[in-house]
Ligand binder design. Structure first.
Ligand code: BG6
Length: 659
């Protein structure tokens, strides 16, 4: 059996490919006319073939209700591959060879006569390609068929004869603890656990697999990987897409079932598990299971305290005549969604891992749909250095060191720390060191399924979930489902395109912390003030920005106060008020405010209040002055805003002088 590190490398294209081919087999795909086959399975097989990793002793037999012939199936796949392949260039020769090994046989999943025909056809293909009796069954179907298919495969004698027989099962594996237990029972009635491969496509992602490589192949980090050095860990899976026409499925699922219980708990397990004895599949999976079993299962009271949920409402453009201006409808208006739906499209939680390594370290998870950006990140925040050492210097507070795993779409790892700003005084600036996959490897984009198909053919189950792991994850999720079913939420509670509900910011703020929002250059460039900034400038701004969410009606700035912060509206509306409370101006997405007092070292010149829930970035005065000093063109742009807005002539010297 190959070790899984080798498997991971197998699909990269940098090093010459010395990996063994996939094992010979006939792959029998149930649900072959569906989305998964054309979007992921076939492009993954094609990638393996392009990389020279697919055995020549391979054939695919597709089956589903659709009455297709083999020729029609091949034609359909040939058209679809043009849309869904992930290579930079398409290689028709590789494709022609691959598609010539595809076959199709229509039929229903409960019809035993169909299974007899499938068995005859698999036997014929086995002889034709010399697959040595190996059969990989792929269930690309709705979960309600999993038990039935396992049963019928067993009854029709598929397990007999030479060679291995393995089943890959797609998610979701159960919809709650009881159904997952029942499904495991059904699936394992006639098959061994070692023959069942439960897919979680996050485990196919290079950046997720690299979590293990990073932790266990580097000497620097593992000694710090515990409650003595780590203050908190944040897992963030933010999706900009909405339910994308999958309302029917999503409305009976929600983000807890769709993302957290599976994908996020898998990442959590990788990041927090104990060191395995080896890279053998069960060695790793034992540690993952132990970790998930250590996550505290909440009481109803704890759910109320540590978990919040959300559902997106419409998005709004700038209001006209004080009236809300809906630009895109909310979740309850989506196709196939109940207009009174209480399904959550967002969730944030603090979890506790009750073991020696992590006791007392808050583990925060959040995920949602229709948010401001697409981005999956893990932020490991270390305990701060003692500030007292810097007394008598201009340094007043120290930012914590952070280790950021950028899972997607940007793929990389980043370390944030402090560095001395060149000059005669001891002043610090947060800086970073970054490794980007794109800079270090020439790898093409992969679907994530290549490595799973390849590994399964070799009997390597590392990247698949085991029955006890799935059950442990449901045990943690179940109390949340129960509590939510018992209480009616106030939905919708966040706007499309926002950072999510304010309650999520409050959840972490109660612990004296905040979510670390990863801002990218692309996001920053959507703000007019930053759009022409060079990389160095944008990087400086990104490192200095803090996130803050405020509720509608909350006062952000009070006239007369000393201004120590500048604000950037990421999303929402704020109103600038005069002394008697009249609205002088309304500001929204991309606008800045609070700059005048910061620039001029004068008291705040007006009150500013949130008109809606607002997502704000905050820049401290010291950082702002430093960035202005280093970037004269930015200083000019800010000067212009101040001039226009307040009819004040602010000289650049005044802007950049240290106050
Ligand atoms: C799927 C969920 O499992 O994962 C989708 O059903 C979600 O709702 C998707 O959008 C996210 O996957 P990725 O790879 O785009 O992060």
């Amino acid at each position: 059996m190959p070790d899984s590190i080798q498997v991971v490398r197998a699909t990269g294209v940098d090093a010459p490919n010395t990996s063994p081919l996939s094992d010979p087999c006939v792959m029998l795909v149930f649900g072959a006319s569906g989305d998964l086959t054309k979007r992921l399975l076939v492009p993954a097989l094609y990638n393996l073939a392009c990389d020279g990793l697919l055995s020549k002793n391979f054939a695919l037999l597709g089956t589903a209700m659709d009455p297709l012939t083999t020729d029609a199936f091949r034609e359909r796949m040939s058209a679809d591959i043009q849309k869904f392949h992930t290579r930079k260039e398409f290689d028709p020769r590789v494709w022609e060879d691959l598609v010539s090994r595809f076959h199709y046989l229509p039929g229903g999943f409960s019809d035993m006569a169909v299974f007899d025909r499938l068995r005859t056809e698999v036997a014929r293909l086995d002889l034709q390609v010399a697959a040595q009796g190996n059969v990989l069954f792929y269930f690309a179907t709705a979960p309600r068929f999993f038990g039935l298919l396992c049963d019928n495969l067993h009854k029709s004698g598929f397990k007999e004869g030479p060679g291995w027989k393995r089943i890959i099962v797609e998610k979701p594996f159960g919809t709650d603890l009881a159904s997952a237990l029942a499904l495991n029972k059904e699936v394992l009635a006639n098959w061994q656990e070692s023959e069942i491969y439960r897919v979680d496509h996050y485990l196919g992602k290079e950046t997720v697999q690299n979590l293990l490589a990073f932790r266990f192949s580097n000497g620097m980090f593992e000694p710090l990987w515990n409650k003595n050095y780590i203050d908190n860990i944040q897992f963030n899976v933010s999706e900009a897409v909405d339910v994308e026409g999958r309302g029917g499925y999503y409305d009976s699922s929600g983000v807890l079932r769709d993302m957290m219980q599976n994908h996020m708990f898998q990442m959590l397990a990788y990041l927090c598990m104990e060191v395995p004895g080896s890279f053998e599949p069960d060695s790793i999976r034992n540690e993952k299971a132990k970790l998930l079993q250590s996550v505290r299962c909440y009481t109803q009271h704890e759910v109320a305290r540590y978990v919040v949920r959300g559902q997106y409402g419409p998005s709004y453009g700038p209001s006209t005549d004080g009236k809300a201006n809906v630009t895109k409808a909310g979740y309850r208006q989506e196709k196939d969604v109940n207009p009174k739906s209480n399904t959550e499209t967002y969730a944030a939680a603090r979890f506790h891992i009750d073991n020696w390594r992590w006791e007392g370290v808050p583990i925060y998870l959040r995920s949602g749909k229709a948010l401001w950006k697409r981005g999956t990140e893990i932020v490991v925040e270390f305990k701060k250095a003692p500030e007292v050492i810097f007394r008598g210097t201009p340094v007043v507070n120290l930012a914590p060191n952070r280790l950021l795993f950028h899972i997607q779409p940007y793929q990389g790892i980043e370390i944030q720390f402090q560095a001395k700003i060149p000059g005669p005084t001891m002043s610090l600036q947060p800086v970073n060191m970054r490794f980007g996959y794109g800079d270090a490897f020439k790898a093409s984009r992969y679907t994530g399924y290549e490595v799973m198909l390849y590994a399964c053919s070799h009997g390597d189950a590392t990247l698949f979930s085991r029955g006890d792991l799935v059950e442990a994850a449901w045990r943690v999720a179940q109390p949340l489902l129960d509590s939510w079913a018992a209480a009616k939420p106030e939905f919708p509670n966040y706007a499309r395109g926002s950072w999510g509900p304010k309650s999520a910011a409050d959840l972490i703020a109660r612990d004296g912390r905040r979510w670390h929002e990863v801002v990218t250059e692309e996001v920053l460039k959507t703000v007019p003030l930053f759009k022409d900034g060079d990389m160095l400038f944008l990087e400086q701004v990104i490192m200095a920005l803090r996130s803050r969410q405020v509720a509608s009606g909350e006062c952000i700035i009070n006239k007369g106060e000393i201004g120590r912060e500048l604000y950037l509206v990421a999303r929402g509306e704020v109103e600038v008020l005069d002394d008697v409370g009249n609205v002088i101006k309304v500001l929204n997405d991309g606008d800045i405010f609070g700059e005048i007092a910061v620039l001029m070292s004068t008291p705040r010149t007006a009150n500013v209040r949130a008109r809606s829930t607002c997502d704000l970035f905050v820049l401290d005065k010291a950082d702002f002055s430093r960035i202005l000093r280093d970037n004269p063109q930015f200083a000019e742009a800010v000067q212009q805003v101040a001039k226009e807005r307040y009819k004040v002539n602010v000289h650049t010297d005044a802007l950049i002088a240290p106050h």
